[in-house]
Design a binder for this molecule. Structure first.
Ligand code: ACO
Length: 329
C-alpha cells in the first residue's frame, strides 16, 4: 500500500493590519530638518502608519491573524503553532503567548523569533521545518513591529524610515512543498551598524545593583545600504540555482520594504524587470518584520498572485542578517 506524504508546507491564507493614523513626510518636516522631496527621492517613502500611545504589536498581530484565520476557513483551535517575528514585543519575555491567548488558539504552542527585518522569512523557514518533520500541521506565522516607538523623533537619519504594521500567514501541511529553496545568513561582525541596544543605570550604589533600559535605533544608513545591495543578489541567485531554476522563471520579487533604491538596485542586478517587483513602502515605510507579509497580503488581495507563480522573498537587516526563500504559490 502506498502511503501519501502530507508533510509539504503550503501557504493557505494571508492577513494584515495597519494602524489608522498616517504620518506624511510633510508632517515629519515640521519636527526635524527634512523635506518630502529628500525622503521620497532617497527612500521612496511618502507616508507611514503609526500606532497610538498604548497600542503595541499584540493588537495589530491579533487583527492580522484573525483575517488570515478567517480566510483559511479554519478555527483558532486548529492551529498547532504560532511563530511571531518581532523586534518590538510588548513584553520582553515575548508576545506570542499573549497573542495565542487573545486568538483563543488554545492548542497552539507559541514563541517569538527576534531577527529584525529578516524575522519573517526566518520564521517562515522555521515553520516549514516543523511541517516537513511532521511535528505540526497548521502554523500561524506573524511578522509584527512598531519601530516608530523606538526611533528618536529628533534624529532625521532614522525617524523618517519606520512605520508600524503586522502581517500573518497560515501554513498547512499538504502533499506539495511550496518551498523550492531557502537560506539564512548572518554576519555578526556588522552588529554595530544597526542596533537597538540596552543600556544600564545604577539603581543601588551601595551594592552596585543596576537595571537596564533600551536606547533608540542607531543606524549607519550607508553601510546598511551597501550590505543589502551586495549580499542580497548573491543569496537570491544561489537560491534560484539550488532550486534548478533560472531567473526568467521568477514571477515576483518581494524584498523587505526598507528603501526603494535598495529594491530597485537588487532587481536590476538580478536582471528582473520592474513589473515583477512587489513594492508598497511608499504608503507604509519600513515596517520591519511586518513588511513582507503586509506586501504579500496586499498582492494576494489584489489577486495578482497566480497558482504556480514563483516568488522570491528576502529579508535583510540588523545583525546583519539576510534570508531568502524561493516559493511556489
Ligand atoms: N533629511 C534631510 N537630510 C538628511 C536626512 C533627512 N531625513 N537624513 C540625513 N540627511 C543628510 C545627512 O545629514 C547628510 O548631510 P551632510 O552631507 O551635510 O552630512 C546627507 O543628508 C547625506 O546623508 P547620508 O546618511 O549619507 O544619506 P544617504 O544617501 O545614505 O541616505 C538613507 C540615507 C536613506 C538612510 C540610506 O542610507 C538608506 O536607506 N540606507 C538603508 C537603511 C535601511 O534600509 N535601514 C533599515 C534596515 S532594516 C532593519 O533591520 C531595521
Amino acid at each position: 500500500m502506498q502511503v501519501t506524504q502530507l508533510n509539504g508546507p503550503q501557504i493557505i491564507s494571508t492577513g494584515s493590519a495597519t494602524p489608522q493614523k498616517s504620518l506624511h513626510n510633510e508632517q515629519i518636516g515640521e519636527i526635524v530638518d527634512t523635506s518630502d522631496e529628500w525622503i521620497s527621492t532617497r527612500t521612496g517613502i511618502k507616508s507611514r502608519k503609526i500606532t497610538d500611545n498604548k497600542v503595541g504589536i499584540t493588537s495589530l498581530a491579533v487583527e492580522a491573524s484573525n483575517k488570515a484565520i478567517e480566510k483559511a476557513k479554519i478555527q483558532p483551535k486548529d492551529i498547532d503553532l504560532i511563530i511571531l517575528a518581532t523586534s518590538s514585543p510588548d513584553d520582553l519575555f515575548g508576545s506570542a503567548s499573549k497573542i495565542q491567548y487573545e486568538l483563543k488558539a488554545t492548542k497552539a504552542a507559541a514563541f517569538d523569533i527576534t531577527a529584525a527585518c529578516s524575522g519573517f522569512v526566518i520564521s517562515l523557514i522555521t515553520a516549514a521545518q516543523f511541517i516537513k518533520s511532521g511535528t505540526y500541521k497548521k502554523i500561524l506565522i506573524i511578522g509584527a513591529d512598531v519601530l516608530s516607538k523606538w526611533v528618536d523623533w529628533s534624529d532625521r537619519r532614522t525617524c523618517i524610515l519606520f512605520g508600524d504594521a503586522a502581517g500573518a500567514i497560515i501554513m498547512e501541511s499538504s502533499n506539495m512543498d511550496c518551498i523550492l529553496s531557502s537560506s539564512i545568513k548572518t554576519d555578526g561582525s556588522q552588529t554595530d551598524q544597526l542596533s537597538l541596544t540596552a543600556n544600564s543605570t545604577i539603581s543601588n550604589p551601595a551594592l552596585q545593583l543596576n537595571h537596564r533600559y533600551y536606547n533608540f535605533i542607531d543606524m549607519n544608513g550607508k553601510e546598511v545600504y551597501k550590505f543589502a545591495v551586495s549580499k542580497l543578489p548573491t543569496a537570491i541567485a544561489d537560491c534560484i540555482k539550488n532550486a534548478n531554476l533560472s531567473i526568467e522563471k521568477v514571477n515576483w520579487l518581494l524584498l523587505h520594504q526598507a528603501n526603494e533604491r535598495i529594491i530597485n538596485a537588487v532587481a536590476s542586478k538580478l536582471l528582473l524587470p520592474q513589473e515583477k517587483v512587489i513594492s508598497n513602502l511608499s504608503k507604509y515605510g519600513n515596517t520591519s518584520a511586518a513588511s513582507i507579509p503586509l506586501a504579500l497580503d496586499e498582492a494576494n488581495q489584489k489577486g495578482i498572485l497566480k497558482t504556480g507563480d514563483i516568488i522570491i522573498m528576502a529579508g535583510f537587516g540588523a545583525g546583519f542578517t539576510w534570508s531568502v526563500v524561493l516559493l511556489k504559490w
